[in-house]
Design a protein around this ligand. Structure first.
Ligand SMILES: [Zn+2]
Length: 348
């Protein structure tokens, strides 16, 4: 039987979680940017299964059901509210199937709901109802734990956590907040304090995910580590955010100066060195729930797995430039030495 989430932390393990399906399916032409609703679960389930398998092959130890933005509000935005239960159950069953076949964990997934408004009692009730039905479906379809993610507001994060506690049948909750360009939650609460409060309220793991890349997320990890005990989570986007542009929402095109979010971000993809910086930072700070969010691909996940000392099957295909016909490092024929120099020395 697959070892449970809490037991893994008790045993001192680090958990690697591959996320970022939404952007990857947009890149592949199967989802609509802007709407960001995981319709591909219904239209092309075989592709979702394949992506789950690919991420596990790369080192993910969790199959996160692709229900991100699959809640009732978002389904209504694209005119498919009638399909909300079908999408959730199909996605959860698919994730369960892959997790069973690969001896990994399966997680249900809640996300922020754009109708939430802390000053509107009706909006709060509707948000709670949407969390509730998704938690019940995740529980019924056999999730090992339930994620609530990308909340800008501590209030909304706490509603998701309460729903998991109330309707999740005792399943562990992993709740992560998405930092904006500010240094606190929308309420002005430092992330360390938000993390501690979520854990005090019963979250097995609390932390941050999405919006920020490694360089601008790591400072929050130190803050959270100082503020609370037990496992904390970090899942940055795979884009090179900077102190001047700390989130992907304000990264700009190098030539035009226009905002890149969401479909023009490729020019800002993280280097492998930046992924390594993130992995090493997590090890030094003591982050135990580690993943990658928007912009992730199996290649990044494999690299992070290796940095964390894991040995996923895809490491078999790790780059080996000694096998390259020009960059072998060994002696080249006169002809290939000429070819190499032609590559390395551009004309003026
Ligand atoms: Zn993300």
């Amino acid at each position: 039987m697959t070892k449970g989430l809490l037991q893994r932390f008790d045993d001192g393990e680090t958990l690697l979680v591959g996320e970022g399906y939404l952007f990857e399916f947009i890149r592949r032409g199967y989802l609509k940017s802007g709407a960001l609703v995981p319709e591909v679960v219904i239209e092309h389930p075989e592709l979702v299964q394949n992506m789950h398998e690919e991420f596990v092959h790369a080192g993910s130890e969790v199959v996160v059901a692709f229900t991100y933005y699959g809640h009732r509000y978002k389904m209504n935005v694209i005119g498919r509210e009638d399909d909300v239960e079908k999408l959730n159950r199909n996605s959860l069953r698919m994730a369960r199937k892959v997790a069973n076949a690969t001896d990994t964990l399966m997680a249900g997934d809640l996300s922020n709901i754009a109708l939430f408004d802390p000053n509107n009692a009706e909006a709060i009730e509707m948000t709670q109802a949407m969390f509730k039905e998704q938690v019940i479906w995740a529980k019924e379809e056999g999730a090992d734990y339930i994620i609530g993610e990308t909340f800008n507001s501590f209030h909304e994060a706490s509603l998701a956590l309460e729903a998991i506690k109330q309707y999740g049948g005792g399943l562990p909750a992993v709740v992560t907040m998405a930092p904006t360009s500010k240094k606190t939650t929308l309420e002005g609460m430092p992330f360390g304090e938000a993390c501690r409060k979520l854990k005090d309220m019963g979250a097995a793991v609390a932390g941050v995910n999405c919006s920020r890349g490694p360089r601008t997320m790591v400072p929050f990890l130190k803050e959270m580590r100082q503020a609370c005990t037990g496992p904390i989570a970090a899942l940055p986007v795979c884009y090179a955010t900077t102190p001047e542009a700390p989130t992907i929402q304000i990264l700009k095109d190098r030539n035009s100066g226009k905002f890149c979010f969401a479909s023009n971000l490729a020019q800002h993809h993280c280097s492998m060195d930046e992924i390594e910086y993130f992995g090493q930072s997590c090890k030094e700070i003591g982050v135990k729930y580690i993943g990658l969010c928007c912009g992730n691909s199996s290649e990044y996940t494999r690299h992070l797995a290796e940095i964390l000392g894991k040995s996923p099957p895809s490491l078999r295909y790790k780059e080996d430039m000694s096998k390259h016909f020009i960059f072998t490092g060994g002696k080249l024929s006169d002809y290939y030495e000429t070819v190499k120099q032609a590559y390395l020395n551009p004309d003026d």
